[in-house]
Design a protein around this ligand. Sequence first.
Ligand code: FAD
Length: 301
Amino acid sequence: MLSWLLKLPPFDYRAPESLEEGLGLLAAGDGDARVLAGGQSLIPMMALRLARPSLLIDLRRVGGLAGIRVDAAGMQIGALTTQLVAERHPAVRASSPLLLEALEFIGHPAICSRGTVGGSLCHADPAAELPAVALVLEAELTARSLRRGERTIAAQDFFLGPFTTALEFDEVVTGVGLPAPPQPRGSCFLEVSRRPGDFAMVGVAASVVRNGDRVLDLRLALSGVGDRPRLFALDELELDAQAAPESLFKVAGRSVGSRLRPHEDLHASAAYRKHLATVLTERALRKAYARAPIPGGAAGA
Ligand SMILES: Cc1cc2nc3c(=O)[nH]c(=O)nc-3n(C[C@H](O)[C@H](O)[C@H](O)COP(=O)(O)OP(=O)(O)OC[C@H]3O[C@@H](n4cnc5c(N)ncnc54)[C@H](O)[C@@H]3O)c2cc1C
């Protein structure tokens, strides 16, 4: 009876061959056109009438928007790089364990083979894994528009609310930069979802720098706990870096839990989300610490 709902509302479709052409179409759409990347979020949103763009601009024929390269400054990921390509890429496997671990949690192969890294960030689902990773890794998104040219947006300034970003209506994200970390660190991504491949009820991305048997620095971001991914740093959590790591991780978990006001939905109560955030924070930090290289010593596990 509701089968009409699964059919998309009418829209025009264009598949430009160049970025300039795509940006021109987007600008002319005056807020009523949307970029189509992998379509794994936008098409379901349209089927459910949560989005009704009059024009879809398919970017998949535009050259130069996919691919991964690494240099001394860090890793550059083209926005149209699919999640599966990123997950299998030797550079990601060799030098971005946090990104790799998070990618392994996303959806199923059929989704990841079309869904893109840039699309996940631009969609800004508060429960998605990649926005949390982008915050911890201090990612920088490159955005282009026809009128204003190129600008760089720090991940910290990019996520404004549920499905809302700092992008202007006429901007396209062309790439994501992950700067090389100033100090070696250990990392960990953990999440709890009802079934493998589902969106997580809560996810935690953690990164730890260690100094011998103490924590020198840490960065955490949580997904599924509010209207956007939530970033925490060592000083914000008022942690004593001189404390023994085990007690620091426990305090960090409690401190994160106490600062969150998660929502309630059919998947989890607010109290359960808080509990997950507390427990997962503690576990992710412990694992990240164990994986962190010890300066002047052997690498962690
Ligand atoms: C069954 C199912 C399970 C899923 N499970 C998960 C999960 O566990 N975790 C998770 O994180 N995701 C999950 N997803 C979503 C998936 O990761 C999507 O691929 C992702 O959210 C969007 O990427 P996309 O390339 O498909 O973007 P699209 O759907 O094409 O676009 C999404 C939005 O971003 C905009 N956009 C896309 N690319 C750009 C760009 N370069 N510049 C500007 N705007 C852009 C579009 O206009 C649109 O508004 C799931 C999806 C499905 C269908």
